[in-house]
Design a protein around this ligand. Sequence first.
Ligand code: URA
Length: 213
Amino acid sequence: MSELPKIIQDLKRNLKYQQKLGMKGVTKTSNTLEQIRAEIGDCKRCPLCEGRKNIVFGVGNPNAELMFVGEAPGRDEDAQGEPFVGRAGQLLNNIIKAMEMERSDVYIANIAKCRPPENRAPLPNEAATCIPFLHQQIETIKPKVIVCLGSVATKYLLETERSISTSRGQWFEFKGIKVMPTYHPAYLLRNPDAKKPVWEDMQKVRDYLKSNI
Ligand code: URA
């Protein structure tokens, strides 16, 4: 079992080499979520590994049409190894229900898979180290829509410096996938007035998904 990440790495290197040699018929296929998790292994690629209890990989339907991307695990998520299980997670569950879906219908992940100290935002080097795995998850799941929860997810996924208040509610694209930024559920806990714009954003997402079956 512990050999698996190395086998995957060797296979990838070999495929790249064959492609370089011009071998026809070697097409790039997405890794499965299990393969991506195996590649992450007991990650020590950035300093966030020092304070974490669990790597929070992501959870949900591997064929989800809708994917939510948050910032990074908090204390509850770090303890349980699952994203959005604390108070912000309860609110996210309510948002998903209001969209007439179940949590198990969607996929939920974060920019960073390990909890930053004091719940600070992931630093650029930490996000840059971790985000290739999120990109792989997106490539595998192929959702129709990604909702970026908050400014950090929006900044790192869309590589933009635009503020969340100007980007929320508008459609963007990531590798051909529609992206809708909205406010983070933790922000809604502190600013209940922001629930209305988030609901407007989520209605756009729900309507787009309904019209693109
Ligand atoms: N906030 C996030 O951004 N992600 C989580 O998983 C939990 C809280």
